[in-house]
Structure formats: C-alpha cells, structure tokens
Ligand binder design. Structure first.
Ligand code: ATP
Ligand code: MG
Length: 825
C-alpha cells in the first residue's frame, strides 16, 4: 500500500500536488473534465489518513452517486488499510443524511426503524391514496364526460403543464405514464409531490384547492394525504432525508457539535451540482477547526433542473475559505487533461467555448496527436442507428477483444435505450442499462424486498399488500382490500388484523361469517405464518441466510420454476429470476462483510433496506459483476470514463432537448461567474447572474454535451438519424446544432450506414481504413449535413421513402426484416 501511494503521489503534476498537499485549510479545486479532480480528492484522503494528520473516522467524503462512492472506496482500499476505509464516512448527501438520522433517530423525532420511500414506494403510496379518494381510473372514467365539459368552460391545465412548470421533471417522463390528459396516475402524483418538495412548497391548504384545475386539485390533495401517511408510518422519501438531516443538525446543537467535532476533513466531489439544502448541510458540519476540499467544474453543472447551482462554488470560496490570505491561494486550478486524446479534447473545448457564461479554464493534453478523428455518422433512421452501433460494438468486443467495460453508449433520454438494448441483445452483447431498468427494480427482487420490509417491520401495510398473494395463495384482491379496510377502521396494521381475526375465529367460529370467510382467513393466516416464522429466524441468522430461507419458505422458488415449465423462453426467464435472487444473496453477504457490527438479520435489515432504497434512487449500477458494456443517459455518465464512447441520437429536439429549445436563451443581467471570481472578495453572491439557476436550457444542454464528449478516452463515435419513430409516428429530425460546433478538422464524416456497420471499428483499430467516409474535402469549416434534403422535409409516404432511404430498405432485406420494417413504417 505504501508503494501504491508513492506511485500515485509521484505521478501528480504540480497543481495536483499542491491540492493534495494543501494545508489544513479549505480550498476549491476548479478544473475541466478529466483533469484529475476526483483523483486528487482520493489522493488527498489517502495522504491525510496515511500520514496520520487526520484519523480515518474524522474524514467525510461526499460523492454524487453511490456508484462513485463505491469506486472511490475501491481505489482507497488499494491505498489504505481496510479498517481506515471502513471508518471514514463516504457516500452521497442522501446516504450520509440517512446514516446520521439513523444514529440519532430519537433526537430527530423518528422511529428507530424509519424506512426510506423510494420512487416506487412513492407511487405505491399515491396509488393507495387515489384509491381511497375514489380517484382511480375506473371511477374517473365515469366522470370523464362531466370533466370534459368542465374543462371546456375553464382554462384547464393538463397535468403535464403543471408538472413541467413545477420543475424537476426530466426526460419526457410524462409519456411513460400513459394518458396524461385524462387521469392523474400514481406516477404523476409521485412526480408532482417530488417536484413540490424539492422546491420546498408544502401542500396547499384545502381552501386554496379548487382554484387551478381538476388535475392539480387532485394532486394537491394526494400530496397532503401523502405527507400525513408518511409521517404516521415513519417513512421518509429522498427529499425528507435531506430536510430532516439538515433540520437535525440545525435544531439540535449537541448533535451538530458532535459531528462538527468528529469531522476534521470534509471532501466534496462534483461540487458544481450541489444545491441549496446540500450546501446548508455542509455549512452546518463545517467547524472552525475543520477544512473542506470541494472539487468541481462549472462546465459540468447539469442538474440545474434539480436546483443545483454552480454559484455555490463562489459562495463556498467566500464563506468557507476565509482564513486564507489571498483568493488565488484558496483556488487551485488544474489544466492538464489526462483522459482524452487530442481530437476529443479539442472538440469538447470548442463546444463549451460557445457558452458565454462558463469560467474560462484552460485544458491541454500532452498525449500524442496521432489519434483517430471523431466519427460522425448520419443514419437513415433510428433503427439503423441502433443496429449499426450494436454491430460495431459486437465487433469490437468479440473480434477485437476490447473489454466490454471500456465501451459505453450515451444518450440524452432514458427511453432511447430501448432500441439499443434490443439490437445489442440480438447479437448477445452483454450490457447494463444504467438508470434504466435497474436491478432492484426487477420484479422478483422487489418481491423479495417487500418480504424483507415486512419482516423488518410488520406494520408495513404497503409491503403486506404487495406480497400477500405472491406467489399465488388464493388470496384475492378483494380479500386484501377488505382486510385493509378493517385494519384501518381499528387503527392497526394488516398483520395485526390477521392475528385478531385469528383469535376471534378460534373463540367464536360460528360468528365468523361462514365457510368462505373462514377459508379466506385461513389463507391469510398461511401467509402471516410465513412472515412470522421468518421474523423469528431473522433474530438468529444473517441476512443472506434469511433471504435464502425466505425464497424457499414463501414458495417463490417453486413458483418461478413451475411458472416457466414448458416453454423455452419461460425457462430462461425463470433461470434469470433465480439468478437475480442469487445475486441478491451475494449482495447481502457483501453488506454483512462491510457492516461487521451488525450480526443478525434483525439488526441488519433496517440499514440494509435503507441502503437498497438509496441504491434505487438515482442512476445506479446493475449489481452483476460480469463485465458488460454500458448504456446510460449523459446525466448518469458524469465522472465516468471509457476507452470507447458512442453518443447516439444527436438530433434537434432530442439533444438539445425540445424543452430546452423552447426556453429563452437570453442571458441574464447579473455578473457572470467569471467576473465574480476575478474580484471574489468584493462581490455579493446576490449580484450573480441568476440564470445559472433557472435552467437556461440550451446552455445546460451544451454542458451536457460537454460532459458526454469528455467521457471518451480513445475513440468517440457520434451519430444522428434523419428519421425516428416517436410515439408511434415516424418523424424527420434535423441534426443537433452541437454537431456544427465541433471544428471540422476533428471530424470524419460517414454517411453510409451500411458501410459503417460492415467495416466497423475494425478498420480503425487495425489500421485498415477501407471505409473512408467523406471527410470535409469541400473546404467547409463546420459540419453541415451534406444532403439535408429530407431532414427538414415532411415525411414522405412509405413507398417514396424506401426510394430515398436505401439504408432502411437494405436493412429490411438483411435478416430481421419483418420486425425492422414494422418498426420503421
Ligand atoms: P471529471 O471532470 O470527468 O469528473 P476528473 O477531473 O475528476 O474528471 P479524473 O477522473 O480524476 O478526472 O481523472 C481522469 C483520468 O486521468 C483518470 O483516468 C486518472 O487516472 C487520470 N489522471 C489524473 N491525474 C493523472 C496524472 N497526474 N497522471 C496520469 N494520469 C492521471
Ligand atoms: Mg471526477
């Protein structure tokens, strides 16, 4: 480990070294992508601890995602002893708050076993409320006509309007929820509630309800009820975690003191995406004795829609680094990029230079200039783009033996992964969709988690209802609903209600309500016995064992096996499910190793459930350990790097996103960050350009593009499709404006999709350039599509289109014709 540390320190450049060895004072490291910010932060932790300047337990490190924190821990394990790594606090703001609240549940006014409500749980909660309010799809359908009339007579905002104006909604979320205009769905309610809570807006008092629209009224009402139920059940959603964490530190001086004394060194990665409440959390933890190292890049601020504000970097320098002599001394800039080859870096620099408000940062690389240019490919349609990328990756991985973990496909919005996934699956390329259908969201995993939740705390009715009939035990929805009503009337949980009914049945079978009622009760008892037995077991065995027993005792294993019997596809699916459950057992074992102080499942469960809920929060990793290529949104790719990166779907309306285009690109009138930093001691944060905070859509999109491009180490392939299927309709799309912002001499244009697929990266990696593409031999200085004829024209009828889109036609002929065709036509 000493050797590993020495090697690490030896490679640092001068500025990096300055930051790593910075004294016990606070500082800001401000630098562009790939300049080693995260590396410096990690090295500083290693230095502080290994030299004994700061004990491991006095270190607090904040990362942006759980995945980032896992990676950092992994790196630190090579530099420090295991105990040190375990003792320091590292995680996201959410997970740190969760940990703090759990340690001080009583002082925070929370039950010791408080649970975290993830997005899924929020939806389940909203669904229950809608049901109780008679606002389900069925009951709403009845009044749909009446509402339509009402809508005609007043200016009705759709839920979509509301959600968009409430902020916090990203990536065409609404389409996922189906009929946005007719019904308020649980998903919409959940998003509405999150957006309100993030904006710090409490539920409207009932008097204010009825002023805007049916939809808003409904969502407001659901929001109010949601808050009540969460409080009653000891449930915290993600926003609550931050709110309650900050409140704990702010309102309980003893606890604030305790943590201020504890943490001597605080380090924050991705500081530019810190929002107000997270900043407040840091302020509360910072004491006179402690020092904070914040590293960030305003050019990579991409969460303004969630309230992130890069002006916080400025505020930080003013407020937290006051004991340094001169401003320059409190800011370290890194200027050498170690990640990307020159063409990629220059493209990134050129793109971000178009944003007038970024801080000027120099970024140079000393890597040799003999690299390949960026491939820019024009595809006939989205389908062809996906299949070409898939074939290209297949070739890289299978023939050229590129490690799958070094390949990533990035896209702007979540739903773009579907086609890519489909095409890669056809070729058997192993993949992980980050931020998509995540491990913990798989059906079988959710089922097991619901059992665990119920075992942990038997009053959790949501989980009770979720699994009472999984696997099928003959307990119908009606039975569950009746039980729920009765339990509610008595003010007890559903588990308790089963118990009470059981007692009643024993003592008074005649009065119970006949054979059918008794049969129902027996079934419920069967289920509750399973849970009770497992809960007993939980006191004695560790979590991983408990899960194994659970799968047997509940009958899930038999169920998944028998469900699939007979069909090949079904068997594969069952195998997959059982594999996932096995994976969950390994994950639980890992958790046990990392938390040796917790010995039985009963002890482990509250922490474990919190941990999992946090894992499902943001764009997180699949847990499988096998090497896979990565599919992810640009948002999820922040901080990561890959040898080979594809950015797909570079079209206007997609990237930049339609919403950003619709927004006004006008600059605000305040001082820019650049100006402010020049005179940091004499500028008031209030004077800063407020547009940084308010979306400033296109600039944020451009920063996203900067983030995307700077993920690549060696090759970058970017593409756009002339047509794409959207909501069941084929539409023409113009190439993204960002393509034109890349200097032409960095690009190689490829216009023939089929040729690209055939030659793939093979040509490039073996030095064989048989597929030329047509670079700019006509003296153009920027990318303009050469044959833009169809990109802005209305979509031609199918027959005409197959004339003008050979790619589509060829594809239809090669192999999977029927399906592809069906897709495109
Ligand atoms: P981002 O802005 O994308 O988060 P970053 O500034 O955090 O990037 P890192 O991820 O820390 O940058 O580093 C980028 C790459 O450069 C990593 O692969 C890292 O190992 C490498 N690197 C950093 N510093 C050096 C150095 N002094 N010598 C060699 N390689 C380095
Ligand atoms: Mg980083």
């Amino acid at each position: 480990r000493v050797k590993a540390r020495d090697a690490l320190y030896a490679q640092l450049n001068e500025q990096q070294s300055e930051a790593v060895n910075y004294g016990s004072k606070s500082l800001l490291v401000l630098a562009g992508a790939g300049s080693g910010k995260t590396s410096v932060l990690t090295a500083r932790i290693a230095k502080l601890i290994s030299t004994g300047r700061v004990p491991a337990k006095a270190v607090l490190a904040v990362t942006f995602t759980n995945k980032a924190s896992q990676e950092m821990q992994h790196r630190l394990r090579k530099l420090l002893d295991a105990r040190s790594v375990r003792e320091m606090w590292m995680g996201t703001f959410h997970s740190l708050c969760s940990k703090m609240l759990r340690e001080n549940a009583e002082a925070a006014g929370l039950p010791k076993t408080f649970a975290i409500l993830d997005v899924d749980g929020q939806e389940a909660m909203a669904r229950g409320i809608l049901k109780d309010f008679g606002l389900t799809k069925a009951s709403l359908k009845e009044s749909a006509k009446a509402r339509a009339n009402a809508a005609a007579s007043r200016d009705l905002l759709t839920p979509a309007d509301i959600l968009l104006s409430a902020g916090g909604i990203q990536e065409n979320d609404l389409e996922d929820d189906g009929d946005a205009n007719e019904f308020v769905t649980p998903g919409q309610c959940a998003k509405f509630i999150s957006a309100r809570k993030e904006a710090g807006v409490p539920p409207a008092p009932p008097a204010v309800v009825n002023t805007k629209s049916m939809a808003v009224d409904q969502m407001e009402a659901v929001y109010a009820e949601y808050q009540k139920r969460c409080a009653a059940a000891g449930l915290l959603d993600f926003q609550d975690l931050l709110d309650r964490g900050v409140r704990l530190l702010r309102d309980v001086p003893d606890i604030r003191q305790k943590y201020q004394d504890k943490f001597e060194a605080i380090l924050v990665d991705e500081f530019q995406d810190t929002n107000k409440i997270q900043y407040e959390f840091l302020q509360l933890l910072k004491s006179r004795k402690s020092h904070v190292m914040a590293v960030g890049d305003d050019s990579q601020s991409i969460y303004a829609f969630r309230g992130a504000d890069p002006r916080k970097m400025f505020q930080f320098v003013q407020e937290m680094t006051t004991d340094a002599e001169a401003p320059e001394g409190r800011i370290v800039k890194l200027e050498q990029n170690y990640r990307s080859l020159p063409h990629i870096l220059e493209a990134a620099n050129a793109i971000i230079a178009r944003n007038p408000k970024q801080l000027k940062k120099t970024l140079f690389t000393s890597r040799p200039d003999g690299n390949e240019k960026i491939d820019l490919i024009t595809f006939g349609n989205g389908m062809f783009e996906a299949s070409s990328i898939a074939r290209s990756i297949h070739h890289m991985v299978k023939v050229l033996k590129v490690p799958p973990s070094e390949v990533a496909v990035l896209y702007r919005t979540n739903q773009q992964s579907r086609l890519l996934e489909q095409e890669l699956n056809k070729l058997g390329v192993p993949l992980t969709v980050y931020g998509g259908f995540r491990f913990y969201e798989r059906q079988e995993i959710k089922v097991v988690m619901a059992y665990l939740d119920l075992i942990c705390d038997m009053t959790r009715d949501l989980s009770f209802a979720r699994v009472a009939n999984v696997p099928p035990r003959g307990i119908g929805e009606r039975t569950i609903e009746e039980l729920r009503q009765r339990a509610k009337a008595k003010g007890i949980s559903m588990m308790e209600m089963v118990g009470e009914q059981s007692v009643f049945l024993e003592s008074n079978p005649k009065a119970f309500g006949g054979a059918s009622a008794i049969k129902k009760q027996r079934l419920l008892e069967g289920f509750s016995d399973v849970v009770l037995n497992l809960a007993d077991m939980a006191a004695e065995v560790p979590l991983s064992k408990l899960i194994e027993r659970l799968v047997e005792a509940s009958g899930l294993d038999v169920h998944y096996k028998s469900e699939s019997a007979g069909s090949k596809a079904g068997e594969a699916e069952a195998e997959e499910r059982l594999k996932n459950i096995a994976e969950l057992v390994s994950a639980a074992r890992q958790f046990e190793v990392e938390n040796p102080q917790l010995t039985s499942a009963a002890d482990q469960l509250p922490d474990y459930l919190a941990y999992v809920a946090l894992m499902t929060s943001t764009s997180e990793a699949d847990m499988s350990k096998k090497p896979t290529i990565s599919l992810m949104t640009v948002h999820s790719s922040k901080g990561l790097e890959f040898d080979h990166v594809f950015i797909a779907g570079l079209e206007e309306m997609t990237f930049p996103h339609s919403r950003a285009i619709a927004e006004d690109e006008e600059n605000g009138n305040g001082k820019s960050l650049e100006e402010a930093f020049e005179d940091i001691d004499n500028v008031d944060a209030e004077d800063l350009d407020a547009d940084f905070q308010d979306g400033d859509g296109l600039q944020e999109e451009r920063r996203l593009m900067y983030v995307a491009v700077t993920r690549a180490r060696k090759t970058l392939t970017i593409s756009h499709a002339q047509e794409r299927m959207l909501n069941g309709e084929t539409k023409a799309f113009e190439p993204s404006r960002f393509l034109q912002e890349i200097p032409a001499n960095r690009l190689r244009l490829i216009n023939d999709a089929e040729q690209f697929a055939k030659a793939s990266r093979a040509g490039r990696d073996t030095g064989n350039r048989e597929y030329g593409g047509d670079a700019f031999d006509d003296g153009r200085s920027e990318y303009r599509p050469k044959a833009p004829a169809r990109s802005s024209a209305p979509v031609a009828p199918a027959a005409a289109r197959s004339q003008t889109a050979p790619a589509t036609r060829r594809m239809a002929i090669i192999g999977t014709a029927g399906r592809d065709k069906a897709h495109e036509m």
